[in-house]
Design a protein. Sequence first.
Length: 111
Amino acid sequence: MIKKVSDARPGNTSLTVFMHIIMDYFGKAPNIDWSNDREEFDRAIQYNLISRDEPHDVEWNKSKLARLRKAIKAVEDFLNSEDGQKFLEFQDERVPMEPDDREFWEYHLSM
């Protein structure tokens, strides 16, 4: 399931923008650092991934993000399921396993 999230990463997005989009799914996207990441986020705006208008919301209604949204939801649903809870019992406690935590995605997507 994690591979499906990785595979659904929109083309031409930096890791910074990709992580921003993922965290936005959970309502935890940080403020955009326009002084350091302007080029990356301007590109995301041009590719209709991020709104041009303040506060630069992620364009979840666009078809480009449908596959990513579905893949993230599948991970979240699995981990919240009975099978997912059984799976979690066998995981090393040092491995982040909460999908709304940025560390989870950094770890599992090797970012």
